[in-house]
Design a protein. Structure first.
Length: 306
């Protein structure tokens, strides 16, 4: 294995990893609709006792000019330099079951070498299933259950949870490439692209985090407590509902999204009804004209409460 892209300490830590456990991937890319990846990563780091197994060499994988690290200037000197990190950690769920967590930045360079290294790690640790989740902004209402496009090798989850199955070309992410390689090799892998309301995609959307956690548990058998997340979803929905109810244009636009969504759910035979008839599709600005003030206030309130 080419170990040049991660630190030498790996040789000492690899023995800690049990064989045949799941791998959860939470790599941050160019965008993160609904804050799904960032919320999921923070949730797992806060609750699953991560122990670092290896740290990848940032200097070989990061474009510093595109994603500059953060440093603090304190009156007359610099402190708290925070470089980007990319790590593989051993975690444990609520019942103590182990799993691997690949988290940090999506590499800017050496995709093929990086994925080849991940494939070797999957083989070495005999990973049972590789799972990832992210979100796609879609014209769906927040008043209906979240749905997803499910990909990979798990036919049961695709049948049960994949509501939208388009054929389309899109800019690839490293996670897409990893799934493609794993699928080609016959390894177990499943991805969840959560369809989030486009007018809420610029904010941390707790419903999407809850959906991601539930999906990962379904794919891996891991158990995590989601009571706190459920409380956040109720609070967020109530505040959004209140803001919508105060504006007639928002009410009308939301009803249009609901009608389209309900028609789609009733008729799975249509290929892409969620995005058809573009002229009739309400834009994010139309639907979120009043919501924007609430969401700005919501973010401010959350930041003050931290």
């Amino acid at each position: 294995m080419n170990e040049s892209i991660f630190s030498a300490e790996y040789a000492e830590r690899r023995a800690q990893v049990p064989k045949g456990i799941p791998l959860v991937v939470t790599l941050s890319g160019v965008s993160d609709p609904g804050g799904v990846v960032s919320q999921l990563d923070a949730f797992l780091w806060d609750r699953c006792e991560p122990e670092e197994i290896l740290r990848f060499n940032t200097d070989l994988l990061l474009d510093y000019r595109a994603r500059r690290p953060v440093i603090t200037f304190n009156e007359d000197h610099f402190i708290d330099y925070s470089p980007e990190e990319l790590t593989l950690s051993l975690c444990r769920d609520q019942l103590g079951s182990p799993f691997l967590l690949l988290s940090g930045f999506e590499p800017d360079f050496r995709w093929e070498q990086f994925v080849d290294t991940l494939l070797l790690l999957v083989a070495e640790f005999e990973v049972s299933v590789t799972v990832w989740a992210h979100a796609v902004p879609m014209p769906v209402p927040h008043t209906r259950p979240l749905r997803a496009t499910v990909s990979g090798t798990r036919d049961d989850l695709i049948e049960e949870r994949s509501v939208w199955k388009p054929t389309t070309k899109l800019p690839a992410s490293l996670t897409h490439l990893l799934e493609y390689r794993l699928h080609s090799m016959g390894e177990e892998v499943v991805g969840f692209a959560i369809l989030v309301p486009h007018y809420l995609s610029g904010n941390e959307y707790p419903d999407a985090l809850l959906f991601a956690l539930d999906s990962i548990m379904a794919a891996t058998g891991l158990i995590v407590t989601t009571d706190e997340v459920r409380e956040r979803t109720h609070e967020f929905r109530a505040q959004v509902d209140r803001q919508v109810s105060e504006n007639e244009d928002s009410i009308e636009m939301l009803r249009g999204l609901e009608a389209r969504y309900d028609a789609y759910v009733e008729d799975q035979g249509s290929r892409t009804p969620l995005i058809s008839d573009e002229d009739a599709l309400p834009t994010a600005d139309q639907l979120a004209s009043e919501l924007e003030r609430f969401l700005a206030q919501y973010r401010e309130d959350n930041s003050q409460g931290e």
